[in-house]
Design a protein around this ligand. Structure first.
Ligand code: KG4
Ligand code: ZN
Length: 382
């Protein structure tokens, strides 16, 4: 939770992390996640306001993530936000989680003008977007199975790494000691000329290689001898090399497609947890420089999920008058809430709708995309 001014100053921040739960259970357990959210929310909001030196009544608007994500968790944030907005009669912005990741670069770096290309890489998403304006996106590609962060986490677990700071950072660190060409994993989807991603196959190749080398995840890295450590480092480096090559392939093509749609594209923004990886950054810097574009990576703490990005997405909408009125003063506690667990961000580019991706489209649920919704408002259809 974070108060941010309309000109982009971060006033104060408070964060509650579920990292301990993730390590303990090896992933998100919906009930536990909801309980943790509900317990944390009042204190996080109070701390953030206190750190910023403002009161609820000083706010101009309240922004809150309404999707996509787990309904149970979204509900906790949305109820709290509606309560504040209702009591103080504040306008609201219902934020799309991925739009918040995409827009935060405009807060941290001046000169990131629309249109720009965004690569979102995290534990849950692998997305390539053309950002044409606030609320206006074209989806160039997405993952047909797993996201890259998930593949990092799984590999880190199979290599017996310490997951306390997250599997990705632990794997990146170990890979520094290894030979990236020691294992010859194949780069996913080279035969498919689109911008979609697939990490399930790579995850599987690595799993089989780890089993073939008898690497035992039960033995922590800290207890291995030099030779075993070297083997694990080689595995980590070889996985990372191919995981990043796949990103490079897809980004190169996405920049080509985006510039065909709009030649004025000047930036590639990379966000999401995996964007803090130094190998990812340096390789993507290389491919953007090849075509004379600029790579923009928000600082790592704003690349992972955070309150600043949601507040800033709220500011971007607020500054354009794109807000909803405060909730009715007598809104009951059990009121129906507009939560969007499955919610597409942008219109999907025809070339990107290939094979397995069609299946994932069918699953995206009942809400029109944010982009379709914003267009429809602009045309006066709502
Ligand atoms: O954006 P994020 O904080 O949360 C969501 O998944 O939405 O991303 C977390 C993911 C995890 O899979 C984590 O292992 C990965 O980002 N990650 C990294 C690095 N830092 C975080 N992966 C590779 N290298 C890193 N340095
Ligand atoms: Zn995220």
């Amino acid at each position: 939770m974070t108060p941010v001014t309309t000109d982009g100053r971060i006033l104060g921040e408070a964060l509650s992390s579920q990292a301990d739960l993730l390590v303990q259970w090896g992933g998100v357990v919906p009930n536990l996640a909801q309980d943790a959210h509900a317990k944390a929310i009042d204190k996080v909001v109070a701390d953030a306001l206190a750190n910023a030196g403002v009161q609820e009544e000083d706010l101009s608007a309240v922004a809150v993530t309404i999707g996509p994500g787990l309904s149970m968790c979204l509900r906790v944030g949305v109820s709290k936000a509606r309560d504040i907005a209702r009591v103080h009669r504040l306008p609201m912005v219902g934020v799309h989680h991925m739009e918040a990741h995409a827009l935060v670069a405009r807060l941290t770096e001046k000169g990131v003008e629309f249109p720009f290309v965004v690569l979102l890489v995290s534990g849950g998403h692998n997305l390539l977007l053309l950002a044409q304006d606030v609320g206006q996106y074209t989806q160039l590609g997405t993952t047909v199975d797993d996201a890259i962060g998930e593949a990092y986490d799984k590999t880190a677990r199979l290599l017996g790494l310490d997951l306390k700071r997250g599997g990705g950072p632990a794997l990146e660190q170990l890979a520094l000691e290894g030979n990236p060409k020691a294992f010859n994993f194949s780069v996913p989807m080279r035969q498919r000329q689109n911008c979609n991603f697939s990490y399930a196959g790579l995850k599987n190749q690595v799993r089989l290689a780890i089993a073939a080398k008898n690497i035992n995840a039960e033995v922590p890295l800290s207890e291995t001898d030099t030779e075993e450590r070297r083997l694990r480092a080689d595995m980590a480096a070889s996985f990372q090399r191919v995981a990043v090559l796949h990103l490079e392939d897809r980004c190169r093509r996405a920049l080509e497609w985006a510039r065909k749609i709009d030649p004025s594209v000047a930036c590639l923004v990379v966000s999401g947890g995996v964007a803090s990886n130094q190998v990812v950054r340096s390789r993507l810097n290389y491919i953007t420089q090849e075509v004379g574009l600029r790579l923009v990576c928000p600082p790592p703490r704003l690349c992972t999920d955070n309150g600043v990005m949601v507040a800033w997405a709220g500011v971007e909408h607020y500054n354009r008058g794109m807000t909803q009125p405060p909730p009715p003063i007598d809104e009951p506690l059990d009121a129906w809430l507009d939560l969007r667990p499955r919610w597409q961000l942008g219109e999907i580019l025809e070339e990107g709708v290939a094979d397995a991706h069609k299946r994932s489209l069918k699953k995206t649920g009942t809400h029109p995309s944010l982009t379709a919704q914003v267009r429809s408002y602009a045309e006066g259809n709502c």
